[in-house]
Ligand binder design. Structure first.
Ligand code: PLP
Length: 464
């Protein structure tokens, strides 16, 4: 199967020789053996005519046309990708940028006095500038490239945390955090004899703001909070929480892994000290992400890994270091990842972001209403501000069985603890099913999810 040729959108990748086309018009590796299959028409749930998501000036078709994988089939059905919280699918523009880089522009960066090294360096730094613009940072120098959110948080814990935490200090961590925003703090707390203090949730799955205010004290050095929860969808009032933390002199790290693909982010408006995200949840390749830090904090940060790229001169008597952000980027970076991230940002920001957010919000409301028609289905979390993440339980079925059933209909959701065991424990659960939506999902796909779940509930239960 070759990647269908669809209409280009957004500016071509700057500086790529030969334009953005894949050299030689290559298709997916080895023809990919993607199973064909008949088109199964959209099934309608027995929910009566639910009001369709209102047009918001954004059509999901304009995004779908760019995502080749959405044309494949799974188990004989058109793919319905509702696992966007785990990773997003990639637009053709990103896939082509990777092919074009390796086909025509591959080189290491920063080192080497040849044309291609210079071109690759320019692309890499264009990626840094694009990330800075995307997050509303003041300068590209405020952006450190990392593997993803997990590495960004570990970097802060190991570099800033090791220098700034000590016995008796508190790190406040919201109960809804992903494990990658809990465990790095536990590790550094153990070494520095600081404490990790959970900020409790309300029954609705919001962060309990009264409890948060009570927990803050002069001992608080850091508050770690997600801009959007991957399991409850909760969007906490991060700006207000940050302002409160700053009154106590604490720093705030915002985990933006689930936020960046859903609503516009402005790190300076939030006044966040640190902001982390993963490219693969933002239509870019895996293995690339970014950490923003306020310049004055970044300047004071120590290296956390040593190697090439992060030094100025090396001598057995004395080594001198490169300035940030390179100081924190030891070794060869994920150059093609940055090229893909740049293409993803170009693609994503070519849409009207407010219109996308409004569309997703309408789709979320539609999905909530449609899921409510499935007997025995309960959605976790009802915080006032939420992204389109629907984590649910289905009476009589374990979540893995639900995911397996849906997979037979070509519908991909996630089941398990979602790397957020404390958040699930808040609801007395160890596991749940999760459908997480993106801008390219449609109400027809929600209908297919609901119809499949209703069929599961209606199916005869195995004896015994
Ligand atoms: N934080 C949140 C809220 C997440 O949802 C995830 C991944 O699901 C992560 C952090 C970790 O991201 P990554 O595995 O890309 O580092």
């Amino acid at each position: 199967m070759t990647i269908p040729d669809v209409t280009a959108r957004g500016p071509a990748l700057p500086g790529l020789p030969g334009g953005a086309g894949l050299p030689g018009g290559a298709g997916l590796p080895g023809g990919a053996g993607l199973p064909g299959g008949t088109q199964a028409g959209a099934a309608t749930p027995d929910a009566g005519a639910l009001p369709q998501p209102q047009s918001s000036g954004f059509s999901p078709e304009s995004a779908r046309q760019d995502i080749p994988i959405l044309r494949r089939t799974v188990n004989g059905h058109p793919l319905v990708w509702l696992d966007n919280g785990a990773t997003t699918q990639k637009p053709r523009q990103v896939i082509e940028a990777l092919g074009a880089f390796y086909g025509a522009a591959n080189s290491n960066i920063h080192r080497g006095a040849h044309t291609m090294a210079r071109e690759a360096t320019e692309m890499y730094e264009a990626g840094r500038a694009a990330v800075a613009g995307f997050l509303g940072a003041g300068s590209p120098d405020d952006i450190v490239f990392v593997r993803g959110t997990t590495e960004a948080i570990n970097l802060v814990a190991q570099s800033w945390g090791r220098a700034n935490l000590g016995p008796g200090d508190d790190i406040l961590v919201a109960v809804l955090e992903h494990h990658s925003d809990i465990v790095p703090w536990q590790l550094i707390a153990k070494e520095t004899r600081a404490r990790v203090v959970p900020i409790p949730l309300t029954p609705q799955g919001a962060i309990d703001q009264d409890a948060y205010a009570d927990l803050l004290s002069s001992r608080t050095q850091l508050v770690a909070v997600s801009h959007a929860s991957n399991v409850l969808g909760t969007v906490p009032p991060v700006k207000e929480m940050t302002a409160l933390a700053h009154r106590y002199g604490a720093k705030v790290l915002v985990d933006g892994a689930q936020a960046v693909a859903h609503f516009p982010v402005d790190v300076r408006d939030l006044d966040a000290d640190f902001y982390a995200f993963s490219g693969h949840k933002l239509f870019a390749p895996t293995g690339i992400g970014a950490l923003y830090a306020k310049p004055e904090i970044l300047e004071a940060m120590r290296p956390w890994q040593g190697g090439g790229n992060m030094i100025d001169t090396v001598d057995f008597a004395r080594t001198t270091f490169a300035p940030v952000p390179r100081l924190l980027e030891a070794g060869t970076g994920h150059i093609s990842g940055v090229v893909g991230l740049l293409a993803a940002l170009n693609w994503f920001t070519s849409f009207d972001r407010d219109a996308v957010a409004a569309y997703e919000s309408a789709l979320m409301t539609y999905a909530q209403q449609a899921l409510a028609t499935v007997p025995g289905l309960e959605v976790l979390g009802s915080a006032p501000e939420r992204i389109a993440v629907l984590t649910f339980t289905l009476a009589g079925h374990d979540p893995a069985g639900v995911a397996d059933w849906l997979d037979r209909d070509g519908i991909a959701i996630r089941a398990g603890h979602h790397c957020a065991q404390p958040a699930l424990a808040h609801y007395g659960l160890e596991s749940a099913a999760r459908a997480s939506l993106a801008l390219y999902n449609t109400s027809e796909e929600v209908d297919q999810l609901v119809a499949s779940l209703r069929r599961l509930q209606a199916a005869p239960k195995p004896a015994g």
